[in-house]
Design a protein around this ligand. Structure first.
Ligand SMILES: Nc1ncnc2c1ncn2[C@@H]1O[C@H](COP(=O)(O)OP(=O)(O)OP(=O)(O)O)[C@@H](O)[C@H]1O
Ligand SMILES: [Mg+2]
Length: 328
């Protein structure tokens, strides 16, 4: 497998990569030259508003549909040249359930085992093991249509794992789940990653990306608006600051006079200094405070959260343009 060339010493093998990925449906351009790189054994989250093209990207990378152009590699294979090999290396849990509601959870699992050409005996063993792992033993003999949303989602993922894929795509794995089921699903995903599985997930939940993902890409208007760790993304947008709090009003007033260019909160006796939260800026701020002889009782660093980032990057100005009226 090729290795990552980010220039930051990360030489882990690359599980999924895309360069210049483009896709249109008719005259609607959905993906406008996307570059992605997912190191093996990591969790990558593709984030974007409805209609941004997340499912389209997953479908292309998992060979369900073809790209218009771009160089795509998954599990060491070129998606355009050897889709069969890609399919053998991956598992996909689609946005909409692949569970057949008319048959039982167990039968759904055995069907998957058949599709993976497991022997009857091996199929039963794997199905039983996964049903146990996903807490579906009690429901295994009931028709899947009687399952709750969370159970269906778990069965969906269990079915994806029958072939023991090393790379899995999860398209909105927790949409519609209640907080407890969502946390359960996060636990399951973390377990997979600790087993060395690479996870490519899409989500609309910023909290989910923050919790799970090593790297996050924000898709907006057909392009990757930003890519990085949650912390890197948070540092991209303004709103971060260092807050100094004082308990002595006199000390507060002196500091506010000296530090002029800061935002005052006279009631809370606190001063906010704009900052990206980086080590370099923090050091500069601390040096500045030292040189002015100011000593706050409390110093806290505030970075914007992912919600701020998401809205800044996918806000109204960045939303896909409304189709223009046809004037000829
Ligand atoms: N087969 C298709 N034919 C025509 N247009 C399509 C097709 N599939 C997707 N699109 C369009 O491409 C755009 C991106 O769709 P996609 O399903 O990838 O978005 P998404 O980011 O997954 O959205 P959501 O968050 O709602 O799941 C949408 O405008 C959609 O209408
Ligand atoms: Mg989608």
């Amino acid at each position: 497998m090729p290795t990552s060339r980010k220039g930051d010493g990360d030489l882990s093998p690359v599980a999924i990569s895309a360069a210049g990925l483009r896709k249109s449906f008719g005259d609607k351009l959905v993906l406008d030259g996307i570059d992605l790189r997912v190191p093996a054994g990591s969790v990558f989250a593709l984030l974007g508003p409805n209609g941004a093209g997340k499912t389209t990207a997953v479908k292309i990378l998992s060979t369900l549909i073809t790209a218009d152009s771009g160089e795509l590699r998954v599990g060491g294979h070129d998606v355009a040249v050897d889709p069969q090999a890609v399919r053998a290396a991956i598992g996909v849990t689609g946005q909409f359930s692949a569970v057949d509601g008319l048959i039982t959870g167990e039968e759904n699992m055995l069907l998957m085992a058949d599709l993976h050409h497991l022997s009857k005996r091996e199929g039963r063993r794997v199905a039983a093991q996964l049903l146990e792992r996903f807490d579906l033993v009690d429901a295994a003999r009931k028709p899947a249509q009687s399952y709750s949303g969370g159970m269906k989602r778990r069965l969906d993922l269990a079915m994806t794992l029958v072939g023991n894929p090393r790379i899995i795509f999860l398209d909105e794995p927790t949409t519609g789940l209640d907080p407890r089921s969502r946390h359960n699903m996060w636990g399951i995903i973390r377990e997979l990653v600790s087993d060395g599985v690479t996870v490519f997930l899409t989500t609309q939940y910023l909290e989910e990306a923050d919790e799970l993902a090593d790297r996050i890409a924000v898709l907006s208007d057909g392009k990757i608006a930003a890519q990085g760790t949650a912390d890197e993304l948070k540092r991209l947008i303004p709103g971060g600051h260092v807050r100094l709090r004082f308990s002595d009003p006199a000390a507060y007033r002196t500091a506010a006079d000296v530090l002029r260019e800061v935002t005052r909160d006279d009631e809370a006796l606190s001063l906010s200094i704009p900052s990206d939260g980086s080590q370099r800026e923090l050091r500069a701020i601390l040096d500045w405070l030292d040189s002015t002889g100011i000593e706050a009782d409390e110093l806290t660093v505030h970075t914007p959260d992912l919600d701020d980032v998401f809205f800044a990057l996918t806000g109204p100005a960045n939303l896909p343009k409304q189709p223009e009226e046809n004037v000829r």
